[in-house]
Design a protein around this ligand. Sequence first.
Ligand code: GAR
Length: 194
Amino acid sequence: MKNIVILISGAGSNMAAIVRTAERDRWRERLGARVAAVVSNKADAQGLALARAEGIATAVVPHGDFASREDFDAALVQTIDAHEPALVVLAGFMRILTPGFVARYAGRLINVHPSLLPAFPGLHTHRRAIEAGCKVAGLTVHHVTVDLDHGPILAQAAVPVMADDTEASLARRVLAHEHRVYPRAIADWLAETN
Ligand code: GAR
């Protein structure tokens, strides 16, 4: 069985979409894969309750408890590795990871970013896209490398920017597409990986 460990920091709507898709599309039977655990750096991440309700193991590794990024990542690795992951999925996980962490999961660590990378890496992507006058925004699913938001691209989707869009309305529209594209990209990765 390929175990998937999902890392979240907040609402966890992408995590929920992945869990729902895994059930609907019978990933256990078809892909030999399951969501084994959801891990958060925040105890109050709303997504944790949802994961628990689905019967998925959850864990919290509060970044504030650690003196350095290295210490935090070491604790995170320990928590993740307890679930023997084939794939580690970042889903709104808002921490910068150390090179050691990234190297440990090289090739099996993926992220969704709410822009058409390489445009707008980092934070406030929707505001920056609107300010730049973009007519098209979007999302990118990519491998995580040490270069923030720059790893090899697995999937992308373009989303129109409307004339009256606000940061919030554009974020909502892009997020709805993330919920469709991210689970599909994960299923493709699982199907291609032995
Ligand atoms: C998503 O839009 C995701 O792309 C973004 O945070 C949101 C999390 O929503 N991630 C990043 O900006 C990472 N750089 P969710 O918690 O409801 O899945």
